[in-house]
Design a binder for this molecule. Structure first.
Ligand SMILES: [Zn+2]
Ligand SMILES: [Zn+2]
Length: 84
């Protein structure tokens, strides 16, 4: 099950569970659409995987399985993934 993290790891913008602007990678590193597209070029800077739109959990299910409230922010700022 997705954690549905509450913010962009890059710019710390709020990304509530119903936000259509949230982008995630396979490990659920979470970014906003702006950072995903303009700063990161569609690639997760943590794992190198692709970023896709985060599915919206229906409100009834959100009541049952609430979104995470633990904010995660990249400590050293964020930018495109470095070549391995
Ligand atoms: Zn952002
Ligand atoms: Zn990742």
């Amino acid at each position: 099950m997705l954690e549905l993290r509450p913010n962009c790891e890059c710019c710390d913008r709020d990304l509530p569970p119903e936000s259509a602007q949230a982008r995630i990678c396979t490990y659920e590193c979470t970014f906003c659409a702006d950072c995903a597209e303009t700063v990161l070029g569609g690639t997760c800077p943590n794992c190198g995987g692709n970023l896709v739109a985060r599915p919206i959990r229906p409100a009834a299910m959100l009541a049952k399985h609430p979104a995470s409230t633990r904010r995660i922010l990249m400590a050293e700022g964020c930018g495109p993934a470095k070549a391995a």
